[in-house]
Design a protein around this ligand. Structure first.
Ligand code: AMP
Length: 299
C-alpha cells in the first residue's frame, strides 16, 4: 500500500493509475475508521481498480465550539485497516499541506445547506464542499464513495459535482449499523455506556416511522411528531430536528411519494449524532432502507 501525505504524490499516483488504464475510486474520510468506512472501501474496490482512501480531519468544516480538537484519531490503526482492505493508496495530509494559506476560494452549495444540519452548523457544509472539491481536483476523474448516513452531505456533494461538471461519479452507500441498530460513527467513541444505550432511541424511532409508512401513513408532519415523541421519551437525548424530506432534493414534502428521507439530529450528552432512513414509495410498493447491520466481516 502506498501512503502519501503530499498533494503532488497523490496526484501523480492517480494520474499514473489512469495512464495504466485503471479506474480510480476515492473514499474521503476523517479517519478513526470503522465498518461504515470499510463498507465504502469495499464498494469502491468492487467498482474500480485503484482505490484511494483519504484521511483528513478538515478544520474548515468544524464550527468554533465544535469537537475539532478532540476528534478521535488513530492513523496507525487506520493504515492497518486500509492495508487489510487492500487499499492501493492512503492520503493523510497535514493541515498545512491542504491549506498552506487561509483559502480565499471556497465552494458554497446554496439552498441544500440552509437547514437540517446546516441550521445548527452554518459553516459546516462550505467546509465539506471546499475540501471535497480540492480532493476531487487532486484525484482527478474517478468515482467517489460516500455514506448515506450523512444524507445531506451526499445530496450536497452530488449537487456540487453536477453543477460544476466535476469529472467524478458520486456514489452513495448504505448506512452500516451496530447489531443493536446504532449507526456507526467515529463520534460514538465519545459516548459513555448509558448514553450509548440511550442513543438507540434514534434508530428505534426511525424504524417506527418507516414501519408506519409501510402500514400506510402518508402525513409527513404526523410522522415527524411521532418520531419527536419517541425520542422525547428518552431524557438523555435532546432532539435537534426530525425532518421528512425528498431524499434527493431535500425539499419538504406535502404528501409522501418517491424517495422519502426521514432525518434526525440529536445530542446525546455532549455528543451530536445524526441518523436517517429512506423509504421508497412507488407503484411496486413501499420499501424501507435502514441500512445494513455488521455488513462486513473483519479480515
Ligand atoms: P467521516 O469519517 O465521518 O467523515 O465519514 C467518511 C465517510 O464515511 C462519509 O461518506 C460518511 O457518510 C461515511 N460513513 C460514516 N459512517 C457511516 C456508516 N455508519 N455507514 C455508512 N457510511 C458511513
Amino acid at each position: 500500500m502506498f501512503h502519501v501525505d503530499r498533494i503532488a504524490d497523490l496526484r501523480a499516483a492517480c494520474d499514473g493509475a489512469r495512464a495504466d488504464g485503471r479506474r480510480v475510486a476515492v473514499v474521503p474520510t476523517m479517519g478513526f475508521l470503522h465498518d461504515g468506512h470499510r463498507s465504502l472501501m469495499r464498494a469502491a474496490r468492487a467498482a474500480a481498480d485503484y482505490v484511494v482512501v483519504t484521511i483528513f480531519v478538515n478544520p474548515l468544516q468544524f464550527g468554533a465550539n465544535e469537537d475539532l480538537d478532540r476528534y478521535p484519531r488513530d492513523l496507525a490503526g487506520d493504515l492497518a485497516l486500509c492495508e487489510a482492505e487492500g487499499i492501493d493508496c492512503v492520503f493523510s495530509p497535514s493541515v498545512a499541506e491542504m491549506y498552506p494559506r487561509s483559502p480565499l476560494t471556497t465552494v458554497h452549495v446554496a439552498e441544500l445547506t440552509d437547514d437540517l444540519c446546516g441550521a445548527a452548523r452554518p459553516t459546516h457544509f462550505d467546509g465539506v464542499t471546499t475540501v471535497v472539491a480540492k480532493l476531487f481536483a487532486i484525484v482527478g476523474p474517478c468515482a467517489a464513495f460516500f455514506g448515506r448516513k450523512d444524507a445531506q452531505q451526499l445530496a450536497v456533494v452530488t449537487r456540487m459535482a453536477d453543477d460544476l461538471n466535476l469529472p467524478v461519479e458520486v456514489v452513495g452507500c448504505p448506512i452500516v449499523r451496530e447489531a443493536d441498530g446504532l449507526a456507526m460513527s467515529s463520534r460514538n467513541a465519545y459516548l459513555a455506556a448509558e448514553d450509548r444505550t440511550a442513543a438507540l432511541v434514534l434508530s428505534r424511532a426511525l424504524r417506527g416511522a418507516a414501519d408506519a409508512i409501510i402500514a400506510g401513513a402518508r402525513d409527513p408532519r404526523a410522522l415527524e411528531r411521532a418520531v419527536a415523541t419517541t425520542v422525547g421519551a428518552e431524557p438523555r437525548v435532546a432532539l435537534e430536528y426530525v425532518e421528512v424530506r425528498d431524499a434527493h432534493e431535500l425539499s419538504r414534502m406535502v404528501v409522501l411519494d418517491g424517495s422519502v428521507l426521514i432525518a434526525i439530529a440529536a445530542r446525546v450528552g455532549a455528543t451530536r449524532l445524526i441518523d436517517n432512513v429512506v423509504v421508497r414509495i412507488d407503484d411496486a410498493g413501499v420499501t424501507a432502507d435502514l441500512g445494513v447491520v455488521a455488513a462486513v466481516e473483519r479480515p
